[in-house]
Design a protein around this ligand. Structure first.
Ligand code: FAD
Length: 429
């Protein structure tokens, strides 16, 4: 086991997949998580072929966990379909305008259940809970990074990876408290999220819509639905654009009622109203923030690196932010192992963390920041607001197909190899 330690801040999809990838490469890891236990919200999340390839690179157990709990479109004829796109506005029955496929189809998991499976791959005690990072210090003398927590305690590590999500404290250390990219910005969209029983959904809107992934589009609003929990539940996320702004930038959710959702989707076809009536009377709405206005200029500073939403928080319209976290984990774990292996004694003394993080930044920043911008664009497409596209379904299909291709056909293994070559070059000079 190399004699150095990586501290991971945050135990979401990014932190947990990175911890697994490093642990199974023989690298010492401790996770510091502000919550009291591992946990995810009760909502769905979907992954495409790029994410699944990245899972496999992190560790085969990650992909196996995903395969165990994932739910595909239930109809065999829609096996490769990512979404069927429906004009959901006005009167009458829903009509499919176009279909986008991605080589693997829609593959959704229940977040909490997936995380529970991933955590089983980690050894007991690897995570320290109720540890909210407040600040970070790099100590020049012994090259340790000191992590301070809000409970007054601190810990040391040889390098720190901030996987602490969209409001990352580690990002503030990397870019500086006063940098405009220290905090995410509101995108003007918010979302209602719900899980509804499949049997109720079938009764309300029929088998085709309930059992497969659909994007229901309209002016300034769209709703997506796809099956999760092996078809026991339908994940429903309804997005709305509003010019009103978000009142509290520190709180990303606020309570809402089913009536609010019905009001936001007034004017949509009757089947949408039926779907909405299956949600609980009380729910939360989520403000959609991202780092699109002020992308970070670097993913690292010294021995501190950013990964996942901490580095490139995106709106969710590509359904790929989580998948990109796993791509990040695959690349960073590959680089760290390569750095260990290039050392003669393999004990990890003087691991060139800065070169590793520089190679990671070079490999990941452009692609993940493209996602942030593209996600905004396709979110606007779904709501007939995208410039030059509006309600033109032919253009919309072209744009979405091209962009989904960039996300899903990415060769993560090739990216890892290229990042390793880049690291080797950096270490030679
Ligand atoms: C509505 C919606 C739908 C989405 N759908 C999809 C989808 O279908 N597919 C997809 O791939 N992606 C999707 N995404 C994006 C995806 O959810 C995120 O990209 C992903 O969950 C980010 O993971 P993360 O681990 O980087 O951050 P997080 O999940 O936010 O985890 C961060 C962790 O860090 C902890 N933490 C925070 N601050 C501190 C601190 N100071 N100290 C210690 N710990 C801290 C938190 O408690 C948390 O556990 C969606 C997002 C939204 C909002």
């Amino acid at each position: 086991m190399p004699n150095f330690e990586i501290a991971i801040v945050g135990a979401g999809i990014a932190g947990v997949t990175l911890a697994i990838a490093l642990h199974y490469r023989g690298i010492n890891v401790t996770i510091y998580e502000s919550a009291r236990a591992f946990g995810e919200i009760g909502a769905g999340v979907a992954f495409g072929p790029n994410a699944v390839q990245a899972m496999r690179i992190c560790h085969e157990g990650v992909e196996q966990a995903f395969q165990r709990v994932r739910t595909r479109n239930i109809w065999p004829s829609k096996e490769k379909v990512w979404f069927d796109y429906v004009d959901a506005y006005g009167q009458g029955e829903p009509k499919i305008e176009f279909t986008v496929s991605n080589g693997m189809g829609q593959s959704g998991v229940h977040r909490a259940i997936f995380l529970e499976q991933l955590v089983k791959l980690l050894p007991e005690g690897i995570a320290k809970f109720s540890k909210r990072v407040s600040s970070i210090e790099e100590n020049g003398a012994d090259k340790k990074v000191v992590i301070h927590f809000t409970d007054g305690t601190s810990a040391e590590a040889d390098a720190v990876v901030g996987c602490d999500g969209i409001k990352s404290a580690v990002r503030r250390h990397v870019v500086g408290e006063d940098s405009p990219s220290a905090w995410p910005g509101y995108t003007g969209k918010y979302a209602y999220r719900a899980l509804v029983p499949m049997s109720d959904a079938i009764e309300a809107v029929g088998k085709e819509i309930a059992e497969n992934a659909f994007m229901h589009m309209g002016p300034d609003g769209h709703m997506l639905t796809f099956p999760v929990n092996h078809g026991a539940l339908v994940n429903l996320v309804a997005f709305k654009t509003s010019s009103e702004g978000w009142d509290d930038p520190l709180r990303m959710t606020k309570p809402a009622r089913q009536e609010d959702l019905l009001r936001d989707f007034a004017g949509y076809k009757p089947y949408i109203q039926k779907l909405i009536k299956l949600t609980k009377p009380e729910m939360d709405i989520w403000a959609i923030y991202d780092l699109g206005d002020h992308p970070v200029s670097t993913f690292y500073k010294g021995r501190v690196c950013l990964l996942g939403d901490a580095a490139h928080a995106t709106s969710p319209h590509h359904g790929a932010g989580g998948g990109f976290c796993i791509e990040d984990s695959a690349v960073l774990a590959t680089l760290l192992l390569a750095a260990v292996e290039t050392r003669a004694d393999k004990e990890g003394k003087d691991i060139p963390f800065e070169s590793v993080f520089a190679a990671f930044d070079a490999s990941r920043r452009e692609r993940s920041q493209w996602l942030v911008q593209s996600s905004r664009f396709i979110g606007d497409c779904y709501q007939w607001r995208a410039e030059g596209v509006d309600r033109d379904f032919v253009r919309m299909e072209e744009e979405i197909n091209r962009r989904v291709g960039i996300v899903s056909t990415f060769d993560v293994m090739d990216a890892c190899e290229k990042a390793k070559e880049d690291l080797a070059r950096r270490l030679r000079t």
